[in-house]
Design a protein around this ligand. Structure first.
Ligand SMILES: [Zn+2]
Length: 345
């Protein structure tokens, strides 16, 4: 009865509702964390999941387990791309409206072939994506949600239980997402590792106010450049960073908490192994302002509130630094004795 293009257009129009869900945008205000699970079927785990992150870590309740594997991390300096993940809300909405209009035009043309379209005389010549892009949207409707450093080919490994997890990317949350004895910190860094079979392990580092952090220090110019890129109409701003020095990320991992949780942003996927380092590091107020600077106002506070533990165990590994060995002391004593002798001669 109708042309094949009619049925194709009808199918595309019906699937538009699914596309709306795909384009669901989350926030930390308005459609904040409490509503994430209702924004899209893809985000349902955010409200139904039983093993969600972040959590409050009650030190006294942590189960000490010094048999846990050390956090063996073999990071290397590597090329990376600084990314400001975001979305242009207006582009998305208008693109979807154009998609609906485009398909309705095809449907109406099939039913009423002599009809004159008020907008498009030949809908088949249109690309809705092109139209969405060609319109001059306001730069202020670009939402930038998270500063992220993606390693082009990984930056070394975290080894756990004989399995290698490649360091794929890192990003910051301000203030911290995890809390220790209900204390929230000004900043939290997430080092995201992935194994070849798809398992995810995240090392989280908490920061308090103090001296500048050497890792952020090396990225200062690039983060500022990323902030300027925000004025472009791209949904994702990118700045290349060559040979990121990862040495500063490896320190102080003798004490850490381990638990099983989830991603802290939609779709809140579970089965993520978390390692929260026990040593709180220092970061300057200027550096926190720097990390927030490329973000839109709505995302400058991008910490999801703590989630119920639901009976999960938080393990703690805490091994004091071993004293210098007797052999070393002896060698040092002998060396010192020699140097005294030489000096005296
Ligand atoms: Zn994160």
């Amino acid at each position: 009865m109708f042309s094949p293009s009619f049925y194709a257009a009808l199918l595309i129009t019906i699937s538009t509702s699914a596309l709306f869900q795909r384009f669901a945008s989350y926030e930390y205000t308005g459609n904040g964390p409490a509503n994430w699970g209702d924004l899209s079927s893809d985000y349902r785990t955010c409200s139904t999941g039983e093993q969600q992150s972040p959590i409050n870590i009650n030190k006294d309740d942590a189960s000490v387990n010094n048999k846990l594997h050390d956090l063996d991390r073999l990071y290397v300096d590597a090329d990376a791309t600084l990314i400001n993940n975001g979305f242009n809300l207006l582009v998305r909405i208008l693109t979807l409206l154009l998609l609906i209009h485009y398909n309705l035009t095809i449907i109406l043309d099939s039913i009423l072939p002599n009809r004159r379209s008020p907008f498009f005389s030949n809908p088949n010549s249109l690309s809705h994506w092109d139209y969405g892009r060609r319109l001059n949207f306001s730069q202020y409707l670009i939402y930038l949600i998270c500063v992220q450093l993606k390693f082009d080919n990984g930056a070394g490994f975290l080894t756990q239980d004989g399995k290698n997890y490649t360091l794929k990317e890192l990003h910051w949350h301000a203030p911290s997402e995890h809390t220790i004895d209900k204390e929230q910190f000004p900043l939290e860094l997430h080092l995201v590792h992935r194994s070849n079979d798809g398992n995810v392990a995240v090392v989280a580092i908490l920061y308090d106010f103090g001296n500048p952090d050497p890792f952020i220090y090396q990225l200062k110019d690039k983060v500022e450049e990323l902030g300027k890129d925000r004025c472009s109409s791209d949904e994702v701003a990118q700045v290349a960073v060559s040979q990121v020095r990862t040495k500063a990320l490896k320190r102080h991992s003798r004490k850490f908490f381990k638990y099983v949780g989830s991603r802290t942003t939609p779709p809140c996927t579970e089965n993520v192994t978390w390692y929260i380092l026990g040593k709180v590091r220092k970061v300057s107020k200027d550096q926190i302002a720097l990390i927030k600077s490329p973000l839109t106002q709505e995302f400058q506070n991008n910490a999801r509130p703590v989630q119920p533990l639901n009976g999960r165990t938080v393990e703690l590994k805490s091994i004091p630094p071993s004293p210098p060995s007797r052999g070393l002391l002896t060698s040092w004593t002998v060396l010192r004795a020699y140097s005294i002798c030489f000096c005296e001669v």
